[in-house]
Design a protein around this ligand. Structure first.
Ligand code: BG6
Length: 510
């Protein structure tokens, strides 16, 4: 195959710009599990430029060939579909390694020489895409050192962009200072703060569902919606990430990023266009409308949990406190539930209940829109004593789709109502190609479309809401950890959060 990268491009989608992609922290899991398989999928779809190269930048000395050999093994394990050997040969001619300490200035001078050389060799037109996949403490350092050797300078039509992985800060102050540090060296339009939830088709579909259908938007507000429940339940524990998780916990790990993306897409006003800032302006407004809770409210409207030992998929799994690199007396939360209120015209008095946790009974992510009940009056002389709410569920993962629940008459002489579901499943309608979720995000960064990336103000608005919770939780350490068994439903107290409002969660094992 002479030119695999150009093989199957759809005529309407152009390949990405030529560039060298520098993966900082290339020795970590993300490169082998997500980035490399995603690049293969992009190349296989003809969406990568022919003028392309990858530089793995990491601590530890390795030759280019050692790095290529390592990636050749990794891709066999982590590719989402078997990789065409010709395509892989094409990649191997474009993969390089640059070893060195992220704090050492001379490493960046050598990197600049190397990139200039590779740029000439591969015709990448001076465009460099840096992917920060390192531990977060290096983000600011790497960017300022790249800047110091001129590697972030955009001139003569070339571009330099930086993709920043999460976690973006661990509280409001650190998020602000990281933003300030990045912006000291980069223009906002060069910064691509990634949240892999925005790479999911079903998450992108929230906008399409809301704004391409005439029938939902008129009822998408406080007049018709009673409340919204967003669940992101996982069966996995902390795996090998004990030391990261000990510093972050479920609140920081999932809420200001993934869950707030789901909230903002569900609650935002229609943007004037799909341009990056038009969409992000509307998302930012939602985040600004979430009321940062007072300390009393934190006590009433948030709940944390930590898993103990339990059974998952028929096997006994250890408690969080017994996981590797976790303190045996850890107070880090592995479960969070919150009630948010949005102070704006559309959502006043419509609570958004959020929950996420590890080691729960089932893995799924969904947004459930619970509509107001219809009046019962008509049914007063029948055996029907209660009408169930209509409910629309946007299933994000793993069984991707949308369902609508409504009441229907149960056939028979007596008036009785049963809840029935209209169900759409992605797999029934669309040929879904397995992917990593990073394809679209990498492609967008390479063409300069920041719509699916977080802007500084969005992140800071998210942290404004989280900060009071962090403060109260820090001042009042949990007393009952562990408070749920692995493989179970999460802490029983989380039911109280809704019960006090006369509502209940959708069953986790439903
Ligand atoms: C990551 C978190 O950002 O998202 C992990 O750090 C979590 O703790 C993961 O497991 C969940 O992502 P997904 O795509 O599997 O729902």
């Amino acid at each position: 195959m002479s030119d695999p990268a150009a093989s199957v491009a759809s005529p309407s989608v152009r390949p990405a710009d030529s560039c060298v992609m520098v993966i900082c922290g290339a020795g970590g899991d993300l490169t082998k599990r997500k980035l490399l398989p995603a690049l293969c999928n992009l190349a296989g779809a003809g969406l990568l430029s022919k003028q392309f190269a990858i530089v793995g930048f990491s601590r530890g000395a390795r030759s280019d060939d050692e790095f290529r050999r390592q990636l050749t093994q990794d891709i066999q394990t982590y590719a989402t579909a078997p990789v065409d050997p010709e395509l892989w040969k094409w990649f191997l001619k474009r993969i390089y390694y640059h070893g060195g300490d992220f704090k050492d200035a001379s490493v960046y001078e050598k990197l600049a020489d190397r990139l200039a050389e590779l740029d000439r060799e591969h015709g990448t037109q001076g465009n460099f895409l840096y992917y920060l996949a390192t531990a977060p403490e290096f983000f600011g350092e790497i960017v300022s050192r790249l800047h110091a050797v001129g590697l972030t300078r955009e001139e003569h039509g070339l571009w330099r962009r930086v993709i920043v992985e999460k976690p973006f800060g661990r509280d409001l102050e650190s998020a602000k200072s990281l933003n300030a540090e990045l912006r000291h060296c980069l223009d906002e339009k060069q910064i691509y703060r990634i949240d892999h939830y925005l790479g999911k088709e079903t998450v992108q579909n929230i906008l399409v569902f809301r704004f391409s259908n005439g029938i939902f938007e008129p009822i998408w507000n406080r007049r018709y919606i009673d409340h919204v429940q967003i669940t992101l339940a996982e069966t996995v524990g902390v795996e090998r990430r004990g030391s990261y998780y000990e510093q972050y916990g479920a609140l920081r790990d999932m809420v200001p990023n993934h869950l707030f993306q789901l909230v903002s897409l569900t609650a935002m006003e229609p943007p004037v266009s799909f341009r990056a800032d038009a969409v992000r302006d509307e998302q930012a407004k939602v985040l600004h409308a979430i009321q940062p809770p007072s300390p009393e409210k934190v006590l009433r409207t948030t709940l944390r949990g930590q898993y103990g030992e339990g059974m998952v998929a028929g096997a006994l799994v250890p408690a969080y406190r017994a996981e590797p690199r976790v303190s045996p007396s850890s107070n880090t939360e592995t479960f969070v539930a919150l009630k948010l209120t949005l102070d704006n015209w559309r959502w006043a008095d419509v609570p958004f209940y959020l929950r996420t946790g590890k080691r729960l009974t089932r893995r799924y992510t969904e947004i459930a829109i619970q509509f107001r009940r219809a009046p019962l009056i008509l049914f007063r002389d029948t055996p029907v004593d209660r009408l169930r709410r209509n409910r629309l569920v946007l299933r994000i993962a793993p069984d991707e789709g949308i369902s609508l629940r409504f009441g229907a008459k149960i056939p028979g002489p007596v008036m009785n109502i049963g809840a029935v579901e209209m169900n759409f499943s992605y797999v029934d309608y669309f040929k879904t190609v397995p992917n990593t979720g990073y394809e679209r995000l990498l492609y967008d960064a390479m063409i300069g479309d920041a719509t699916l990336f977080q802007r500084a103000d969005m992140l800071e608005a998210g942290w404004e809401v989280i900060q009071p919770i962090l403060d109260v939780w820090k001042a009042l350490p949990p007393r009952s950890f562990p408070n749920y068994a692995a493989g179970g439903m999460g802490p029983p107290e989380s039911d109280e959060l809704l019960r006090q409002d006369g509502r209940e969660w959708r069953p986790l094992d439903g």
